[in-house]
Design a protein around this ligand. Structure first.
Ligand SMILES: Cc1cc2nc3c(=O)[nH]c(=O)nc-3n(C[C@H](O)[C@H](O)[C@H](O)COP(=O)(O)OP(=O)(O)OC[C@H]3O[C@@H](n4cnc5c(N)ncnc54)[C@H](O)[C@@H]3O)c2cc1C
Length: 385
C-alpha cells in the first residue's frame, strides 16, 4: 500500500461524497450541454484527482494499483465522462513518463500533470492503425538534433484541452512493425499541429475526441520518452502503459455496474405491476442476481490483478482478462438495467439509457474485446511452448 489505511479511507470517503453530492446531480446537465463546468474541474484538482497515480516525489498521491482501483470504482458510480477529465493524466497520458521517462522528463512534466495544470493525452491510433496499433505510419524524420513529425492521429481523447501529447511515431522506416516506433512528448502548441472537428459520439457527452494532424511538426530529440536509449522502443512503453490503464478501465466498469445495479434494484422495488413490486417476480430477480454475480466476479478479479501488479508480477495477460471480462460484464448489466426499467429504460429521463450508451465504449478503446482475447491467448500459447 502506498497510503496508510486511514488516509486511503479518507480519500475514498471524500471521492464518494464528491460523486454523490456534486457529480451525480450534474450528470443530465453535462450530457445535455456536452460540457463539464469549469468549477467542477477545479474541484477535481483540489481533490487531487489528476495525480492519483503519479508518484508522491513528483507531486501526486502515488496510489498503488489496488488503491487506484478502489478510488476508480467509486468514480464509476457516476457518469464515466467525469473520469475522462483526469483519466488521461492518471493513465495513458502520464504513465509512459512514470514508467520510462528520464529523470529530467519526470521532474518537468509529472508535477504539472499531477495538479492538472497540464492535461496529457495519448496519440497512438491512426486511420490505418487501430487494433493493429504497431502499424503506426506517422513519421518522425531526424533533422540534426530535431525530428519532423508528419501524420494523422485518430480519435484522440482530450486532444482539444491537452497541453501535452504522447505521440507514437516511426523513427525507423526500415522497421515496419512495433520496432522502429518512438514515443514523443509533444507540446500541443508546437507549430505544425492542427486539430480536427470534435466527433459526435454515441455517448459520454462532455468528453471530446478529435483527430490530430502533424505536418512537419518540428520537435527536439530530447522529448523522446526515455531519451536516446529508448529511440525505436516506444511501442513497448505504450504496451506497458496500457497494462495499467486496462486494469483502471476494468475498475471503472465495475463502478458503473454497481450504480446500474443500484438503480435497477431501486426501480424494481418501487415499480408495481400485477398489484405487486416487479422486484417480487422471479424472472426479474434472475436478472438482478446475474448482474450482481457478474459484478462481484469482475470486482474480485480486478482487485486481484491490481494486487499482483503491485507485488511486481507481470500482468499483461491478467490486465487483458480484467478488461475483457469487466467491460463485457458492464455491457450486460446495462442491458439488463434497461430491461428492468421497461419503457422507462428507453427514456432519457432515467440515467440507465445514458449509461447504456456510455459504457459501450469500454469494449472498444484501449484495445477491443477481440484484441484482449488475442493477448490472453498469445500469453497462454507462449507460456506453453
Ligand atoms: C471515443 C473514443 C476515444 C478514443 N480515444 C483514444 C485515445 O485517446 N488515443 C488513442 O490512441 N486512441 C483512441 N481511440 C481509438 C481506439 O483505441 C480504437 O478505436 C480501437 O483500438 C479500435 O481500433 P479501430 O477503431 O481502428 O477498429 P478496427 O481495428 O478497425 O477494428 C474493427 C473490428 O475488427 C476487430 N479486429 C481487428 N483486428 C482484429 C484481430 N486481429 N482479431 C480479431 N478481431 C479484430 C476489432 O475487434 C473490431 O471489432 C478512441 C476511440 C474512441 C471511439
Amino acid at each position: 500500500m502506498a497510503l496508510d489505511p486511514d488516509t486511503l479511507d479518507q480519500l475514498i470517503d471524500a471521492v464518494r461524497r464528491f460523486v454523490e453530492e456534486r457529480l451525480i446531480p450534474l450528470e443530465a446537465q453535462v450530457a445535455e450541454e456536452d460540457r463539464i463546468p469549469d468549477e467542477v474541474v477545479e474541484e477535481m484538482r483540489d481533490l487531487g484527482l489528476f495525480g492519483l497515480t503519479i508518484p508522491e516525489a513528483y507531486g501526486g498521491l502515488g496510489l498503488s494499483t489496488e488503491e487506484e482501483c478502489r478510488v476508480v470504482m467509486e468514480l464509476g458510480r457516476t457518469s464515466p465522462v467525469f473520469r475522462s477529465v483526469f483519466g488521461t493524466n492518471n493513465g495513458i497520458g502520464s504513465q509512459g513518463i512514470v514508467m520510462d521517462g528520464t529523470e529530467e522528463q519526470k521532474r518537468h512534466y509529472l508535477p504539472l500533470l499531477a495538479t492538472g495544470e497540464v492535461i496529457g493525452c495519448f496519440a497512438l491510433t491512426e486511420p490505418d492503425a487501430g487494433s493493429d496499433s504497431a502499424a503506426v505510419q506517422t513519421k518522425a524524420v531526424k533533422d540534426g538534433d530535431e525530428y519532423l513529425l508528419t501524420g494523422t492521429k485518430r480519435y484522440i481523447t482530450n486532444a482539444e484541452t491537452a497541453h501535452l501529447f504522447t505521440v507514437f511515431a516511426r523513427t525507423n522506416p526500415e522497421e515496419p512493425g512495433s520496432r522502429g516506433v518512438s514515443a514523443f512528448l509533444v507540446d500541443a502548441n508546437s507549430p505544425g499541429i492542427t486539430l480536427g472537428t470534435p466527433y459526435k459520439k454515441m455517448g459520454q457527452q462532455g468528453a471530446h475526441v478529435c483527430d490530430v494532424f502533424f505536418e512537419e511538426c518540428r520537435v527536439p530529440q530530447t522529448i523522446i520518452i526515455g531519451g536516446p536509449d529508448l529511440v525505436n522502443k516506444g511501442f513497448r512503453t505504450a504496451m506497458k502503459t496500457l497494462d495499467r490503464a486496462r486494469i483502471h478501465l476494468a475498475a471503472l466498469a465495475v463502478g458503473c455496474a454497481q450504480r446500474l445495479i443500484e438503480m435497477s434494484v431501486e426501480y424494481a422495488v418501487d415499480r408495481k405491476q400485477f398489484g405487486q413490486p416487479i422486484a417480487e417476480f422471479q424472472l426479474l430477480q434472475g436478472m438482478l442476481a446475474d448482474s450482481q454475480t457478474e459484478y462481484y466476479a469482475a470486482q474480485s478479479m480486478v482487485l486481484d490483478a491490481a494486487r499482483r501488479r503491485d507485488a511486481g508480477e507481470r500482468v499483461n495477460m491478467l490486465a487483458s482478462c480484467c478488461k475483457l471480462f469487466a467491460t463485457e460484464m458492464v455491457g450486460k448489466v446495462a442491458d439488463r438495467a434497461v430491461q428492468i426499467h421497461g419503457g422507462a429504460g428507453y427514456i432519457e429521463e432515467y440515467a440507465v439509457a445514458r449509461f447504456y450508451r456510455d459504457v459501450r465504449l469500454f469494449r472498444i478503446y484501449e484495445g477491443t474485446s477481440q484484441i484482449q482475447q488475442t493477448i490472453i491467448a498469445r500469453n497462454l500459447i507462449r507460456d506453453a511452448s
